[in-house]
Design a protein around this ligand. Sequence first.
Ligand code: IPE
Ligand code: IPE
Ligand code: MG
Length: 248
Amino acid sequence: MFFVSRKQIMKQKLPEHIAFILDGNGRWAKKRGLPRNMGHYRGAWNLVNIAKECQELGVKYLTVYAFSTENWKRPEAEVNYLMETPVKEINKYLDKIIDSGVKIKFIGLRNRVPKETLELMIKLEKLTDNNKGLNLLVAFDYGSRAEIIEAVKKITHQALRYEIKETEITEELLNKNLFTSNVPDPDLLIRTAGEVRLSNFLLWQLSYSEFYFSKKCFPAFSKRQLLKAINDFQKRKRNYGGLKEAKK
Ligand code: IPE
Ligand code: IPE
Ligand code: MG
């Protein structure tokens, strides 16, 4: 195990956008003989550390996978915990969140999320809208396939009203109709807890991203681990299908 310090991170090669699958909360808790929900609690607090570090490094976008369209399949008590606890906790720290400079946006479906949770999501987006720090995108009731279907529906409606022609259906147009419109594609994807899959996360947007998998469960994934992932990313050569030298 080697350590990477902030000094070793090259500013000019910083990932502009990091996508993060926060996995392993349950296993982290189980290993310690704690209830799974305690893992979610600690994971949520660890997200604060990771977001702070990203902001201090100068990363512009961090998109975190917090609840998937498939996570509704989990036991009711766990789903309720994930829907309700953040509301209680975040309400206690609203001022701190606003002062942190982080700009929060939620991506995902909105019709299944409980009313109180949705109200808080909208409030957070409004209250942090003028912030100029890290753009934190929280994928909540998010699924990439659902996102693409939603985009296709919006485009179809425009086409049926003759607002767009078939020739205008381009990658840019689809991009514009995704939840992540106006957000550059992630440069780096990190997934914790040893799982090597995407689990329906940003399938379109990750087409040319660099992947980094860590064995650490998310509550134990420290700032140092993040620096290690960025350092690893900075050594990669990105070709985008061509033969050019590594792009910045
Ligand atoms: C990730 O941790 C958080 C969510 C999916 C909400 P998990 O809850 O998936 O933890 P493991 O994978 O069961 O350990
Ligand atoms: C992916 O993790 C979803 C989130 C991290 C929110 P899961 O734990 O739900 O993924 P699978 O089921 O192991 O693929
Ligand atoms: Mg998991």
